[in-house]
Design a binder for this molecule. Structure first.
Ligand code: ADP
Length: 174
């Protein structure tokens, strides 16, 4: 299957998506927060919090894995996106590293279907178009390199990101 056919863009709540793993846009404590992180912790339940306490946090750009607990997924990959500070403190490289490190963990765990939220584009303030270009570039690069990955789903929650992703992936022609 072509790279494009292995990428899906859907609107909705990532806690309801059935895949091998969902990605959480966490903060460095890994102990829960607002936005998608809060939604994932609420839906996965207290066992997720207990598991995260054992991980000793996570640096920006890196990723760590837990089970999915009450979510309909086997795993949750927690990654910490950069906080946008004008773009001169390695934010693009760090955001790219989030995607790369999530896929590295996915490879190690035989995860073939994976769903991403729009990392860093909420509370962390990353400009949405720029973040989407990085997400697209990194996902296409990895799908070309590894046929193990059968499906990557961008789960989009807000209107602005949906408009951006619709244009970037030319949803109108599907
Ligand atoms: P960050 O701190 O990395 O910016 P946020 O959770 O604030 O993380 O926002 C990241 C993205 O997740 C935003 O685009 C936001 O619209 C989206 N989001 C919020 N809740 C959900 C959810 N339940 N499912 C999917 N995406 C969500």
């Amino acid at each position: 299957m072509s790279v494009r056919n292995r990428i899906e863009i859907i609107r909705g709540d990532i806690t309801e998506v059935c895949v091998d793993a969902v990605v959480n846009a966490a903060n460095s404590s890994l102990l829960g927060g607002g936005g998608v992180d809060g939604a994932i912790h609420r839906a996965a339940g207290g066992e997720l919090y207990e598991a995260c306490k054992l991980l000793n946090g996570c640096n920006t750009g890196e990723a760590k894995i837990t089970l999915g607990y009450k979510l309909p997924v086997k795993y949750i990959i927690h990654t910490v996106g950069p906080i946008w500070a004008g773009g001169l403190t390695n934010e693009p490289e760090l955001l790219a590293a989030c995607y790369q490190n999530c896929f590295e963990i996915a490879l190690k765990n035989n995860i073939q279907t994976i769903a991403f939220p729009n990392i860093s584009t909420g509370i962390y303030g990353y400009p949405k178009k720029e973040a989407a270009l990085i997400a697209k570039y990194e996902v296409e690069k990895i799908l070309k390199a590894y046929t193990l990955f059968k499906k990557v789903i961008f789960v989009i929650f807000d209107d602005e990101n949906y408009t951006i992703y619709s244009e970037l992936f030319d949803l109108s022609v599907l």
